[in-house]
Ligand binder design. Structure first.
Ligand SMILES: Nc1ncnc2c1ncn2[C@@H]1O[C@H](COP(=O)(O)OP(=O)(O)OP(=O)(O)O)[C@@H](O)[C@H]1O
Ligand SMILES: [Mg+2]
Length: 350
């Protein structure tokens, strides 16, 4: 049994996945508790007590079978860089990565938690090889605040994992043996996570401070509404547009939604350009979307036109069997919003 815990800017969510006989994976529990906008800001836990309270409520309602969890991390204060080094044994590689980190990171290395993932090994000349790694560096204080909110709710974090890596696990369409390269884009309330992978292995990761909250904030100002009213107005307009309704050109709701969509497209395009410059011989075949704000109607269509790639909404729950005795409907969050939690749980089951 494994539980993935996604502490997002708008809600805490968790799923419980169990491995059944014959190796099938079954989603047996899921739950969500909303957070006020001040509790987690731009992916960082700012009010740990509020998050702890939400986690207590989540465990009470969804009745998960254990307290050990994999926790996700996505913040502007996490840096992911590609580094190329001579191919070394593991321990030496760790030291070499650390040295590189010292040179390249925007934060002092004593205040950072470091990890690395090997992307590939490639030949240089006849008898030498290089290794390409993704260096992940997170501000220690930020991770500690996240973990303190989790442990105060009497939960046990088994691992902290990047949301982006979890997304690759839950959304990669190709079985691991095929080498299809895809770009995954999760547009949340305040952080957009962009990951390029080849057959399930990460090649590129980027996090951008961008998401659905900016549209809500804009509506709050122009329409002089409270946060919840502005959020509701935005969702209603998004639903209407998804249903094919043409909103007036001077409808502020359509304007802010369109602005948000445009900003996401610009960032995705920028990331893809950067990736292609780094990997001129790799062809990205498909884009997969997840996260609440990716549901804003014109996004998928316009992204498809701009990137000239097929764009699909990810279905993280589809590959899993779903237990019939799931929790009550009020605890359910829409499937596309579960991609991070599902991927975190899958990481523990490997
Ligand atoms: N149908 C929809 N149309 C437009 N926006 C939507 C829709 N449904 C949800 N959203 C927006 O999606 C955002 C929440 O998405 P999500 O739950 O994926 O974010 P999060 O995980 O809480 O935050 P983050 O990952 O950025 O820390 C909110 O801004 C919400 O308004
Ligand atoms: Mg999220």
């Amino acid at each position: 049994m494994a539980i993935g815990l996604d502490i997002g800017s708008s809600a805490v969510r968790a799923v419980q996945i169990e491995r059944k006989r014959a190796g099938t994976l079954r989603l047996t529990r899921r739950g969500e508790v909303a957070l006020p906008p001040e509790a987690v800001v731009d992916g960082d836990v700012v009010q740990p007590e509020v998050v702890t309270e939400a986690l207590r409520g989540l465990w009470k309602r969804a009745r998960f079978g254990q307290r050990t969890v994999a926790v996700g991390l996505a913040s502007q204060r996490v840096t992911v860089r590609q580094i190329d080094l001579p191919d070394l044994a593991d321990a030496e590689l760790r030291d070499a990565v650390r040295l590189q980190a010292q040179d390249q990171l925007p934060i002092p290395i004593d205040h950072a938690l470091l990890d690395h993932v090997v992307v590939e090994r490639y030949a240089v000349g006849d008898d030498r090889k290089n290794v390409r790694v993704l260096l992940v560096a997170a501000e220690q204080e930020m991770v500690e605040r996240l973990l303190s909110a989790v442990t105060a709710a009497k939960l046990r974090p088994a691992v902290v994992d990047l949301d982006a890596f979890a997304l690759i696990r839950s959304l990669a369409s190709s079985p691991a043996e095929t080498d299809q390269v895809e770009i995954i884009v999760d547009v949340g309330a305040s952080v957009t996570k962009i990951a390029v992978h080849r057959g399930g292995s990460p090649l590129f990761v980027r996090m951008v401070r961008l998401g659905g909250d900016s549209a809500t904030r804009a509506l709050q100002e122009v329409l002089e509404l409270g946060w919840d009213e502005a959020e509701a107005a935005k969702l209603e307009a998004s639903g209407a547009m998804a249903g094919g309704a043409e909103l007036d050109a001077d409808d502020e709701r359509a304007r802010v939604l369109n602005d948000g969509v445009q900003r996401v497209i610009t960032e995705v395009q920028r990331s893809l350009d950067f990736f292609r410059a780094q990997h001129p011989d790799v062809a990205v075949k498909r884009a997969v979307l997840s996260g609440g704000a990716s549901l804003a109607p014109p996004l998928a269509d316009r992204l498809e036109a701009v990137l000239e790639l097929p764009v699909e909404h990810g279905a993280p729950v589809e590959a899993l069997e779903v237990a019939r005795s799931g929790p009550a409907t009020d605890q359910r969050s829409a499937d596309p919003l579960l991609a991070v939690a599902v991927g975190l749980a899958l990481g523990l089951l490997r």
